[in-house]
Design a protein around this ligand. Structure first.
Ligand code: SF4
Length: 945
């Protein structure tokens, strides 16, 4: 008889001799990771089970961090340009020379005209520090990438309810019974959403995915709604119409927690029309049904009316709710009226509205947890309407995205599902009313800091960044009548405005981690031309460009001075409560990165470089009285900087004894405590404080103790937003600050105090018969911006990006497998490989973004598929709209916030044979690679270690 033996396998080999815990940066989710080290090298990466964000879950990107860390495209030295801009020819220099060049450029500007420095950063996670640096430098031209990412979501949320999706809030994954997800790219909020969706699925909750494309999260939805791009707002307002018609709104919630009962001035023609009526003390008034009097809304024991014209403070007025109901109950928003435009049948819209109403009002959740509201009223339970929603860039990257984001929040609020069990919940430091945010500041004085933070939330026309003639003060023209509430700036306009010298010329463009010469710009080809354009004297039109990046990206080739950054495993970083922390709805949390590996190249973390540059420039806050540097590096800043007394970048283990939470003196051992704890700090919120946060006395007191606020700051949701009405009044001729004539109609149309829907601008300006198709881009789950396409592991998942063509378009144009497509917009033409996709809105084509690469960039081989078949849709998108009737060309942005309207693109398509060289067009001359090309084969322990 034959004996069978088990093979002798070591099923648990020792893979590492040490584990170092830090924070992932392969996307913006900031998961906790265990970095396994062997012989001083990174051996592999796993998720940290104790971490609040990912609880041990690691995605493909996270585990491929090892290939990012050892990527051949890493920059190695500071460099100065020796070839022409765009060629990619550089000479290595020392850090000393790099600082000399930077100081030589920046010091004279600061002393004479600080606005001539434009400092813009990309998807970094240190904006509270970079903004503080720019403020102390004194330029008003600072912002990060939010203007071309998702400012519509952020501003729509803040102006409506004092918080927004993603980093500011999350669905109650543990209790929601119906979840609607709108337009979310799968690389954003990656692991937390996947974990959350898993919880919903395990409990049998229903998931409705609203997205023209059924990929990623939508592929696992129970119901996919393949909406027509740019019509989400109309769909949402139709749902609101149905809910109002059926009486399925939570009146008690609206009365207690929103401004729906507030009295609104109805005296037409008055300069107060549409504003809230206030008493002499400035209290906003409601109509008390018991006493039949107007009283301050905070008066205890009143019964506010929700309808009826009354007289208060000598003017005719009525509750905001009645205005809202009247607006949305018109026939304009019936499912039958919107169905064709949104691409969803009226029957289906009604059925979704019925689902929402049923779950919200027939399946409510009650938690037996007593709590006290800010008026001191005690409640013995917490009632929740378990309909949760989430949205991202898909609904916001349109020229109607701000009002669409507002509409979605108002839908949530009308059914009473915000900050309640089962609904949408804020993550500290949110909720935070718009009144608790700064306003934008723009007063520049040579040699002095700016007069306050650059970015903020205007409260009226008086907060715009314009001069007495109405001309933009900022280079990106943020906070002007074209885009009054551009809370994150407008990075996508910086290069074209600087090139045009409009509103003025700048001297130095300083950028960090923003691939503006490629996937981060609309109109990529012409942006490259602008960066290398010369004037009649032979000088560059944008005179100086300083750029910091860790990798040899396309943008590197256009810089004059390169400050090489580290990889995320070689640096200190601070995921701070002052910025975008890692809090969950049930807890306060922040985290760090620290150098788990020392750099083997002459590179430095950008934030440390900025601190040193600030000290060499003598910037306030960065030098001691004797002029010496105040901080050794970013790590020193993270521990010792105080934004307010006792409040600094890190909230954990503060104070001399390390017991301080949120508040306390700097603790020299703070970073050691974070490292010992796995790289993060966390404190849970008590159950009685965990819901109703804007109105919960216990939460408000705790938030003050933890340094989130300096005083309790309860507020009600501003469903009706009078700040927006103030801009509309100005457009109608009221007040001292009014828009120019050519913008009056646009301001009046877009600045509606209640969300409205209008056709996306590009769509309304192009010939729709000539350009009948919608074109979208989204990023894949396995990659994040352009970082992933140089990663040897992730490139095996997405090496190229075909054009996905809907079955309807495929058939109509006679496509067959292997065909290519020529796609033309009002701005440009591309020819690219095409494939059929039926899980797609019939009128839409799309592709993955940021996979196509310029030859020579990212140390890829010149024939890498990313540089041949790979392509960008950006060539088709202009930062300017087609000419209007008056010949003017306006920014391709949301008219409220300035958010880049990436997804308004309209195109036509033609079937073509595949070209013989299988090369997508347009193509660009290769850039020289300052780091050479990566090896053909990569293996651990060989070339790349
Ligand atoms: S979701 Fe993002 S942060 Fe988390 S492991 Fe993946 S790449 Fe890293």
């Amino acid at each position: 008889m034959t004996k069978h033996h088990q093979p002798q396998l070591d099923t648990s080999p020792v893979v590492s001799d040490e584990i170092r815990q830090t924070t992932c940066y392969m996307c913006a989710c900031r998961c906790g990771i265990n970095v396994h080290m062997k012989d001083g090298k990174v051996k592999y990466i796993e998720g940290n089970k104790a971490h609040p964000v990912n609880k041990g879950v690691l995605c493909a990107k996270g585990s491929a961090g090892i290939m990012q860390h050892y990527a051949p495209s890493r920059l190695r030295n500071p460099m100065k340009r020796v070839g022409a801009r765009g060629e990619g020819k550089f000479e290595d220099i020392s850090w000393e020379e790099a600082f000399d060049i930077a100081v030589g450029l920046l010091k004279p500007i600061r002393e004479t005209d600080p606005k001539k420095l434009a400092f813009f950063t990309g998807r970094d996670q240190s904006q509270s520090m970079t903004g503080w640096w720019a403020q102390n430098y004194g330029t008003l031209n600072y912002a990060a990438h939010g203007g071309f990412c998702s400012v519509n979501m952020a501003a729509g949320g803040i102006y409506t309810m004092g918080g927004a999706f993603w980093e500011f809030g999350a669905p109650d994954w543990d209790r929601a019974k119906l979840f609607m997800i709108f337009g979310v790219a799968e690389d954003h909020d990656s692991n937390p959403i996947k974990i959350g969706l898993g919880k919903l699925k395990a409990r049998g909750a229903k998931i409705i995915g609203v997205n023209p494309i059924r990929s990623g999260y939508n592929a696992i939805a129970d119901e996919w709604v393949g909406i027509t791009p740019g019509t989400d707002g109309l769909f949402i307002l139709s749902l609101i119409h149905e809910l109002l018609k059926a009486g399925k709104v939570d009146l008690d919630y609206l009365i207690r927690y929103t401004n729906m009962p507030f009295l609104v001035n109805q005296v037409e023609g008055s300069d107060q029309y549409g504003l809230m009526v206030r008493d002499e003390e400035g209290n906003q008034l409601v109509w008390d049904r018991t006493t039949q009097k107007a009283v301050p809304y905070e008066t205890k024991g009143i019964k506010p009316a929700m309808s009826g014209m009354v007289e208060a403070e000598g003017v005719q007025c009525r509750p905001a709710f009645e205005i809202l109901a009247e607006k949305y109950l018109t026939d304009e928003y019936t499912p039958d009226a919107v169905a064709e435009r949104v691409g969803i049948s009226a029957e289906r819209i009604r059925s979704i509205a019925t689902d929402i109403a049923r779950v919200a009002f027939e399946e409510e959740i009650t938690l037996d947890i007593a709590w006290t509201d800010w008026k001191g009223e005690k409640h013995d339970k917490m009632t929740g309407r378990p309909v949760a929603m989430h949205a991202m860039r898909g609904i916001s990257a349109h020229s109607n995205g701000f009002q669409t984001a507002r509409a979605l929040h108002i839908l949530q609020i009308l059914i009473g599902s915000v900050e309640v069990p089962g609904g949408f919940r804020f993550k500290p430091p949110y909720p935070k009313s718009v009144e608790d945010h700064p306003k934008p500041h723009h007063s520049v004085t040579p040699g002095q800091p700016l007069n306050g933070p650059h970015l903020g939330y205007p409260r009226g026309p008086e907060d715009l960044c314009i001069d007495e003639d109405g001309k933009a003060k900022r280079i990106d023209k943020a906070f002007t009548w074209e885009n009054p509430l551009s809370a994150h700036g407008m990075m996508h306009m910086v290069i074209s405005n600087a090139h045009a010298g409009d509103p003025y010329k700048i001297d130095t463009l300083f950028m960090y981690m923003a691939n503006m010469a490629w996937n981060s710009s609309m109109n990529t080809a012409q942006v490259m031309d602008m960066l290398r354009d010369k004037d009649e004297n032979g000088d560059y039109v944008i005179p100086n460009i300083i750029y910091s990046d860790a990798y040899s990206s396309e943008m590197v080739a256009f810089a004059d001075l390169i400050l090489p950054d580290t990889t995320y495993l070689e640096r200190h970083d601070c995921i701070s409560l002052l910025d975008r922390p890692i809090c969950e709805a049930d807890g306060l949390a922040d985290s760090i990165r620290w150098p788990v590996v020392e750099p083997d190249r002459d590179v430095r973390g950008f934030q440390s470089v900025l601190i040193e540059l600030g000290a060499r420039l003598g910037l306030p806050g960065m030098v001691n009285d004797d002029g010496s540097a105040k901080f050794k590096d970013y790590a020193d800043y993270m521990v010792n900087h105080q934004r307010r007394p006792g409040v600094g970048p890190l909230a954990g283990w503060r104070g001399k004894d390390g017991e301080g939470k949120g508040r306390g003196e700097p603790n020299p051992e703070q970073l050691d405590r974070y490292i010992e704890n796995g790289g993060f700090w966390q404190e849970h919120i008590k159950p009685e404080n965990a819901f109703y946060k804007p109105w919960n006395k216990g939460y408000q007191e705790w938030a003050v103790e933890r340094g989130i606020f300096d005083k309790e700051s309860p507020y009600v949701f501003t469903v009706y937003q009078e700040i927006i009405q103030k801009f509309r009044l100005a457009a109608e001729g009221h007040g001292d600050i009014q828009p120019p004539e050519h913008l009056r109609a646009q301001v009046k149309m877009a600045m509606d105090p209640l969300p409205t829907w209008y056709e996306p601008f590009e769509q309304s300006l192009v010939d729709q018969e000539k350009y009948p198709i919608h074109a979208l881009t989204q990023r894949p789950m396995a990659m994040y911006h352009s970082w992933g396409t140089q990663n040897a592991w992730l490139r095996q998942i997405h090496g190229t990006n075909p054009l996905f063509v809907s079955g309807e378009i495929w058939e109509a144009h006679g496509f067959e497998e292997g065909d290519w497509a020529t796609v033309t917009s009002h701005h440009g033409t591309i020819t690219v490989p095409a494939v059929r996709m039926d899980a797609l809105n019939g009128k839409t084509i799309w592709t993955w973004n940021a996979i196509g690469k310029r030859k020579g960039a990212w140390a890829l081989q010149e024939d890498a598929p990313e540089t041949t078949k790979g392509f960008l849709m950006n060539y088709l998108i202009s930062e300017l709209l087609p000419p209007k009737g008056d010949g003017q060309r306006w920014s391709n942005s949301d008219p409220v916030t300035g958010q880049a309207a990436w997804f308004d693109l309209r195109v036509n398509i033609t079937r073509v044979d595949a070209p013989a060289d299988l090369q997508s067009t347009p193509t660009f001359a290769p850039q020289a690679s300052p780091v050479g090309q990566g090896p053909k084969d990569i293996a651990y322990g060989k070339e790349w270690t």
